[in-house]
Design a protein around this ligand. Structure first.
Ligand SMILES: [Ca+2]
Length: 324
């Protein structure tokens, strides 16, 4: 019996999304991929998602296009990080794999209204998911769980307060975080614990094969761009690929700031009951008080086993080579 977790992946590939797809397609039962505009435009993110299915030998996985633009926000892209085509400076051919005709948001609605056992992974701005919830509010009761790469328990990256995925579409993120759907948040405070550099590029190149070569190429672009990279989306999905990679998480209340002069797009985590006395650990790992009694809508990932993550990643890339 196949016991792999069934998932839909909503993403904006994106270099780190590609690593996440390489992991998920091997280890999870991926029922569909929905592209969203984010790191780059939808024109490229949906193409890269289709390319990922061919790269991994799984062109049977359906790929849908969702929304290109945020709900209200002005357009923000990260093409300086991912290249205008989303996967560095690598030129890829147009995949043979075709895009599904159904809109990505409608696919989300149909899938979650008809199934009870499929979870959702989000690796980009939350536009598609929020639009789907607005169109079919029953989704709030139908999506069992969302694993979200987004936000941060501490610092942002796009601004001092905000992480990129949330900043791109704060209104969408607010709708999702207030939906009542259980959320696992793997934010920057977690993913920054992973540093990939040229040694990792060389290791991927040494593994080789179609997936290994491609992974080495896009990682090299990332590393040359900024000395090291965290491949955030891959760190996030590791939570469901291998439950030993995320070694500590804390449930607390997380709200999305949409109005702040300096803090728009911030994931405001309620750490008031977790403020300990150790200055080296700003957020205590256990509750110090029980004064504020917030409901705790989000499980926030806090600690990451980098060694184990690397083993999982490199083993996965190797496994694709052995498959060919
Ligand atoms: Ca992404």
């Amino acid at each position: 019996m196949d016991t792999k977790r069934k998932v839909i992946i909503d993403c904006d590939p994106g270099i780190d999304d590609m690593f996440a797809l390489i992991l998920c397609i091997r280890h999870l039962d991926v029922r569909g991929i929905v592209a969203v505009g984010g790191n780059t435009g939808l024109e490229y993110t949906q193409r890269n998602a289709r390319f990922a299915t061919e790269l991994t030998g799984r062109p049977d996985i359906p790929v849908y296009a969702g929304y290109d633009m945020p709900m209200l926000n002005q357009l923000v892209r990260a093409t300086e990080v991912h290249g205008s085509g989303g996967i560095g400076d690598i030129e890829i051919r147009e995949p043979e794999k075709k895009l599904e005709k159904e809109h990505g948001a409608d696919f989300l609605i149909r899938t979650f209204m008809e199934n009870d056992d499929i979870s959702l992974i989000t690796l980009g701005p939350l536009t598609n998911v929020a639009q789907a919830i607005l169109k079919e509010p029953e989704l709030k009761k139908r999506i069992p769980e969302i694993l979200c790469m987004g936000g941060s328990a501490t610092s942002g990256n796009a601004t001092p307060a905000a992480e990129f995925n949330i900043l791109v579409d704060p209104e969408a993120a607010k709708i999702v975080f207030e939906s009542g759907i259980p959320i696992k948040m793997a934010g920057l405070n977690l993913t920054r614990q992973n540093h990939m550099d040229m040694a990792d590029v060389e290791q991927l190149r040494a593994i080789g094969g179609t997936v290994g070569d491609f992974a080495a190429d896009i990682l090299e672009f990332s590393v040359k761009n900024s000395d090291f990279t965290s491949i955030c989306d891959a760190c996030a999905v590791a939570w469901w690929v291998d439950d030993q990679v995320i070694t500590k998480s804390i449930r607390t209340q997380v709200d999305v700031e949409t109005k702040g002069e300096f803090t728009r797009g911030m994931t405001v985590c309620d750490w008031r009951d977790f403020m300990g006395t150790d200055p080296e650990q700003e957020i205590s790992r256990e509750k110090c008080w029980n004064k504020y009694k917030t409901s705790g809508n989000v499980e926030v990932a806090m600690e990451f086993d980098q060694k184990r993550f690397r083993e999982v990643l490199f083993d996965t890339v190797r496994s694709y080579k052995e498959m060919n």
